[in-house]
Design a protein around this ligand. Structure first.
Ligand SMILES: [Zn+2]
Length: 102
């Protein structure tokens, strides 16, 4: 495992997630991007040993899908986002958040 970028603080401002990291850098990511890039198996599919991707039907996204009910920190390295449509399987690591903001 490589060192993950630790999250120092986070805040929702309008439809943006603002994250500051322990190394004093930060990231600003639109909530819409976060939902579209959700890395959980339901959103991105699961790969088997042969590299086939198994994926259910595309989730139906509504306005509620891009609004947050809450955020929970996962250790020092990630955020679990609770969307208003009930989805919460995705965990966004510091590295991923950084990448999404670029
Ligand atoms: Zn997901």
């Amino acid at each position: 495992m490589t060192d993950n970028l630790s999250i120092e603080n986070y805040e929702i401002v309008n439809d943006l997630l603002l994250v500051s990291f322990i190394d004093k850098s930060d990231a600003i990511i639109p909530l819409k991007t976060l939902r579209e890039k959700c890395h959980c198996a339901a959103c991105q599919g699961e790969k088997d040993a042969l590299g086939n991707i198994y994926k259910g039907p595309d989730p139906v996204l509504t306005d509620m899908s891009f609004q947050l009910n809450g955020i929970k920190t996962v250790g020092y390295y990630g955020l679990q986002l609770y969307w208003k449509d009930g989805h919460n399987a995705g965990i966004f690591t510091g590295d991923l958040l950084k990448k999404l903001s670029e």
